[in-house]
Design a protein around this ligand. Structure first.
Ligand SMILES: Cc1ncc(COP(=O)(O)O)c(C=O)c1O
Length: 403
């Protein structure tokens, strides 16, 4: 008789790092929120100032958006229970697509059940066998996983230094004469460093080499541009960014994703992208919440103005205290802790002060550059920001992160 094979689940039983971290009181993740108030949340019956969400405009608690979602439950129920392709398309998906297309200044929009799927679908549908893909070293995991979902081969991938259009051009030059098309992926606002992407420089280089430009605006929609349309409006490149991909899970106070671009390209994605076709549609209540948030975003600039006022207040004060914010120029403000242990202790110190943050450790950030990833929004009150600032100062000094 042959020997029994190894148990494939054995690795899970040996995985005890999480239990050890819990036992030491050093596990910062999966904190269950009992009640959300916008700038603060209740956890275990205690109130914490929340400085790590992606609710940039502070709209998740807006009564009009909540009501739109409730009304949609009454009309559409709680789920589409099927792909957009088959029985999952609702009239509200189409209304949302039309209004988003107008907002983004693009011919057509396609709505997805998640931003992750929108990003993966753009890779899956648009990458031909010989096409070359250029992307920023700091691009989000959804792009990397999109490569895998799309079966893109390593030989097709070119990674350039973060926000470095010269390095991007170097790679394009090396590939001159090679067959296939070229697509570059960048981001409007990078999710960890908080840097605004140099989309203008990327576009300028891409145009000279016949390379298509895709911008992931997950963190830029609602944040950049005169009405929050994103990086292509911020840089006045409405037509030069070929495809905008993004999410409803941040400024839109909902969940879901989109691609926005030329009609033929969006139709192609709609009919060929497996992550779109083989996935149940965005539920009606989420579509309705997104649509209401879009209308508020378009007509009430005060949410964005309040966000920037809060962001500038926090950035100026954290810099004055001596923190290294990695050059962030957006609502995402990473506070550099250094090694992983310091980042975890930093989180623990802030938690004790009733500030809810999360540490970002490798592989989400480079080794030795662990951060407390903070972000500020239109819902934070001045007392909440001041409380957070005092906590950062106290814990930062205790740990020697600042002197
Ligand atoms: C840059 C970026 N792209 C895409 C996504 C995926 O969006 P979603 O949460 O809608 O799947 C995220 C979410 O964290 C993101 O930060």
């Amino acid at each position: 008789m042959t020997a029994k094979p190894q148990d494939a689940f054995e690795k899970a039983r040996k995985f005890n790092r999480v239990e050890e971290a819990h036992a030491a009181g050093l596990y910062p993740y999966f904190k269950a929120i009992q009640h959300h108030h916008g700038g603060s949340v209740m956890v275990d019956g205690e109130e914490y100032v929340l400085t790590g969400s992606n609710d940039y405009l502070g709209l998740t608690q807006d009564e009009r958006i909540k009501q739109a979602a409730r009304d949609a439950v009454a009309t559409y129920g709680t789920s589409c229970t099927g792909s957009r392709f088959l029985t999952g398309t609702l009239d509200i998906h189409e209304t949302l697509e039309h209004e988003l297309a107008e907002f983004f200044g693009k011919e057509q929009v396609l709505v997805f059940a998640a931003g992750f799927l929108a990003c993966a679908s753009s890779v899956a549908a648009l990458t031909g066998r010989h096409d070359l893909i250029y992307f920023d070293r700091e691009n989000h995991a959804s792009l990397y996983d999109g490569f895998k979902l799309a079966n893109v081969r390593n030989e097709q991938l070119r990674r350039f230094d973060h926000n470095d259009a010269n390095d991007f051009e170097r790679l394009l030059k090396e590939d001159e004469g090679k067959p296939g098309g070229r697509i570059v992926y960048t981001e409007g606002v990078f999710s960890m460093s908080g840097h605004i992407g140099v989309v203008d420089k990327i576009v300028e280089v891409a145009r000279r080499y016949g390379c298509r430009v895709v911008c992931d605006d997950a963190h830029a929609t609602g944040v950049l541009g005169p009405l929050g349309q994103g990086a292509h409006y911020h840089f006045n490149l409405q037509n030069e960014v070929d495809l905008v991909v993004g999410t409803f899970s941040k400024s839109f106070a909902s969940v879901g994703g989109f691609v926005a671009g030329e009609r033929e390209v969006v139709e192609w994605i709609k009919h060929t992208a497996r992550p779109f076709i083989f996935n149940a549609a965005l539920p009606g209540p989420n579509a309705a919440a997104t649509l209401e948030a879009l209308r508020i975003m378009r007509s009430e600039p005060e949410h964005r103005e309040r966000m920037w006022k809060n962001v500038n207040f926090m950035r100026d004060n954290l810099l004055t205290l001596g923190f290294d914010l990695l050059g962030s120029d957006s609502p995402i403000i990473p506070v550099l802790a250094g090694d992983d242990d310091t980042a975890i202790l930093f989180w623990k110190g802030l938690w004790a002060e009733k500030i809810f943050t999360t540490p970002s450790l490798p592989p989400a950030v480079p080794k030795g550059q662990s951060i407390i990833r903070t972000s500020y929004n239109g819902a934070h009150t001045q007392p909440q920001l001041e409380k957070a600032l005092h906590a950062f100062e106290k814990v930062g000094r205790e740990l020697g992160v600042i002197s």
